[in-house]
Design a protein around this ligand. Structure first.
Ligand SMILES: [Zn+2]
Length: 185
């Protein structure tokens, strides 16, 4: 899935907690947004969907951060919990997308996301056929609703910006391999 979908997912994950604790809403949402985009930084360094995607190990971090946030609640520990939770969900969600290839609609790659403890790639499930596909954009729109309706200030603004990026990316997606191969790779 494209990064905007993961960012919107982060806000959606954070929304229930943010509603219960309005004073922490912005912090929690921003931490979840950051955790949502973080794994995709391996587009720029290492192997995409392997170097910073941890569909198993992030859950260990979620557990540790959760225990820490309960034992010693603070802005840092709570933000850390939502960061790792969002990164963990991202890493698993990519399994349901297309393969790790330049043109995922060609379905030549069987590499969805790397599972480090097993030392192998999971094959793509292709429920979302490729990042930036129409169904991916629909997911971004739906998952953006909490960010638009329940938040204000920077979270709502960032959600709007993320939506704009998503629409532009989905529009040009099939030309990305020619325009910016590093982005799709
Ligand atoms: Zn990813």
């Amino acid at each position: 899935m494209m990064s905007p979908t993961h960012i919107a997912t982060g806000v959606a994950i954070a929304a229930p907690f943010a509603v219960l604790t309005p004073e922490l809403a912005t912090l929690v949402a921003l931490a979840a947004m950051t955790g949502g985009v973080f794994p995709d930084l391996d587009l720029f360094v290492g192997v995409h969907r392997k170097t910073l995607h941890f569909p198993v190990y992030y859950w260990g971090a979620v557990l540790a951060a959760g225990v820490l946030a309960v034992a010693a609640p603070s802005t840092v520990t709570i933000a850390g919990f939502f960061f790792f939770l969002s990164a963990a969900v991202h890493s698993v969600a990519d399994w349901f997308c297309g393969g790790n290839e330049l043109r995922p609609w060609e379905k030549t790659s069987e590499h969805a996301v790397f599972v480090h403890p097993l030392g192998r790639w999971l094959p793509p499930k292709r429920l979302v056929r490729w990042d930036g596909s129409p169904e991916d954009l629909l997911l971004t729109v739906l998952l953006s609703l909490p960010g638009l309706l329940l938040f204000e200030g920077p979270v709502r603004l960032l959600t709007v910006a993320t939506l704009v990026v998503a629409v532009v990316y989905a529009t040009v997606r099939k030309r990305v391999p020619d325009l910016a191969p590093w982005l799709a790779e």
